[in-house]
Design a protein around this ligand. Structure first.
Ligand SMILES: NC(=O)c1ccc[n+]([C@@H]2O[C@H](COP(=O)([O-])OP(=O)(O)OC[C@H]3O[C@@H](n4cnc5c(N)ncnc54)[C@H](OP(=O)(O)O)[C@@H]3O)[C@@H](O)[C@H]2O)c1
Length: 344
């Protein structure tokens, strides 16, 4: 028994990774379709050993497709996801378009798998923001053990989080600096090569950015509405892998050793925490990996029941494509979806 799966945004950073992960994990697929804008019609993308010719989203008929994994930005999703859902195809959406909709579950399978049953309301399931996904994977088991009251997080987000144009800009600018060429800022507001930029997404009235607000809203929706969170989101000149310096205040006492033991057993987590040179993870090593890595776990004596830690993950995998495929797997495991072809 296999499904017909469409990947929208198949030529993008997340879409390409999506095709890799669907194949790597052996998701039960009878037919796979790669979709993107008309610009990409006929271009080729890889799915395992096979090459797929990209088709245009706006002329594709979803009526016999079971699952659509959307990775083409918020505007495309706003226009297309409801229409696709109405055709009986379940949409797993990577954009922020439906994450805060009460009728759309926002899912990280290690964190809130039971919320998935809500999906029948609109046939849409939302995938969280990349920075939030890795944060909640690491914090869920600690919240279960000692109840988190407040989180202070600073992110160090790679340029791939801004799509393929973001990666191109870091590459082009780095080269331009070395050959003493002029450096142009197109995707980012300031030079990203050999620099860091404390600004991701638009500014809101309270001075925070939308990226920072997303971390607050999504953590509350998935983990616990009572948790207070404040974030500073920063773009750094790293190609793949988001890092986070996190300070957590708990209701109950928890030691660094206890947290380390809990995280060692937690799904999706890998502890790499030796207090010696190189005994921690960096984003470079996280690229291509599925785990959320946790290092530098230590007690913070400036607050009651406080811990600090360093959380790193591949933003294109757990932050986007892997999580979306895990959501599709959850639908299948729980018998929430049947292939249309078999039913017909
Ligand atoms: N990168 C991350 O870490 C990350 C994490 C979580 C969520 N996301 C979300 O995932 C989505 C994709 O991100 P990305 O990094 O893969 O971006 P990207 O590399 O810029 O790729 C964008 C994709 O969307 C397609 N697209 C654009 N306009 C379209 C249209 N009108 N119709 C159909 N397809 C269209 C593009 O196709 P063409 O090649 O034809 O233009 C391309 O395949 C975004 O919503 C993003 O917020 C990204």
């Amino acid at each position: 028994m296999g499904f017909k799966v469409a990947v929208v945004g198949a030529t993008g950073n997340v879409g390409r990774e999506m095709l890799n992960i669907l194949e790597e994990r052996g998701f039960p697929i009878d037919e796979i379709v790669a979709l993107a804008s008309r610009r990409s019609q006929g271009t080729e993308v890889s799915y395992g050993d096979r090459t797929l010719k990209v088709k245009a989203l706006d002329t594709y008929d979803f009526s016999d497709t079971d699952i659509c994994i959307m990775s083409a930005g918020g505007n495309v999703s706003k226009e297309w996801s409801p229409k696709i859902g109405k055709q009986g195809c379940v949409v797993i959406d990577n954009s922020s378009a439906f994450r805060y909709d009460q009728d759309v579950p926002l899912i990280v399978p290690e964190v809130n798998p039971d919320a998935i049953s809500l999906f029948t309301r609109k046939n849409i399931i939302a995938n969280p923001n990349c920075s939030t996904a890795q944060l909640v994977v690491a914090l869920k088991p600690l919240h279960d053990a000692a109840t988190i009251k407040r989180i202070v997080v600073a992110t160090y987000q790679s340029v791939s989080g801004a799509g393929k144009d973001g990666m191109d800009e870091l590459f082009t600018q780095t080269r331009a600096v070395f050959v003493a060429d002029s450096v142009e800022n197109k995707k980012f507001t300031k030079r990203i090569a050999f620099n860091v930029i404390p600004h991701i997404d638009v500014f809101l009235d309270d001075g925070f950015t939308k990226e920072e607000w997303k971390m607050v809203a999504e953590t509350k929706k998935m983990l616990d509405p009572k948790i207070k969170l404040t974030a500073t989101c920063v773009r750094v000149p790293v190609f793949i892998g988001h890092s986070e310096a996190v300070n957590i205040e708990f209701e109950k006492p928890i030691t660094a050793d206890e947290a380390r033991d809990i995280l060692r057993e937690a799904p999706g987590c890998q502890v790499l925490d030796k207090r010696e040179d190189g005994g921690y993870i960096t984003p470079l090593e996280s690229a291509g990996e599925d785990a959320t890595f946790i290092s530098r776990i230590r007690e913070d004596s400036t607050i009651e029941n406080g811990l600090s830690m360093w959380i790193v993950s591949d933003n294109l995998r757990k932050g986007a494509a892997l999580n979306a495929v895990q959501i599709a797997e959850l639908l299948v495991e729980r018998g929430l979806i049947q292939p249309k072809k078999k039913a017909a």
